[in-house]
Ligand binder design. Structure first.
Ligand code: CMP
Length: 131
């Protein structure tokens, strides 16, 4: 996902350029806005964390870009491309280093495993929206 801060700042094109230039194929993509229930479900694994309320408010405050990306070793390579959760710790040239505000408003989300990539892809897209 490109999170609301990325959309608000007009960074969709610049981020997608880095993603495709890094060898990812876009299999599905849409501009959409999460409801509170959507964000709570998507981030259910974090619901005991102190930042959960802040995370849900942030993720629902405006549109996001949801996408499914395909590449050999996609999960690990995308996590390398986006950099550490905290942009202050994200390596030079990574998407979070270049575009993120803070640990909470960190520009992009990437799945942390193939299994979760499947679950998160199905959360956003129906079969006929995947190519
Ligand atoms: P993401 O990779 O989408 O997964 C969980 C999100 O929670 C994370 O990016 C951040 O947006 C947010 N997050 C993680 N750690 C913190 C934190 N310490 N304080 C606030 N938000 C956080």
């Amino acid at each position: 996902m490109l999170k609301p801060d990325s959309v608000e700042k007009g960074n969709i094109g610049a981020i997608l350029e880095k993603v495709t230039a890094s060898g990812f194929r876009i299999v599905a993509m849409k501009l959409t806005q999460l409801t509170k229930a959507d964000a709570e479900a998507f981030y259910a694994v974090h619901n005991e964390r102190p930042f959960f309320g802040e995370l849900v408010n942030y993720m629902t405050r405006g549109p996001i870009v949801a996408a499914i990306l395909e590449k050999e070793n996609a999960v690990q390579d995308f996590r390398t491309l986006i950099g550490a959760t905290n942009p202050a710790e994200a390596a030079e040239g990574t998407i979070r280093n270049m575009f993120a505000e803070s640990i909470s408003q960190n520009a992009v989300h990437g799945s942390d495993s193939d299994e979760n990539a499947g679950i998160e892809g199905a959360f956003h897209f129906s079969e006929r929206e995947m190519f």
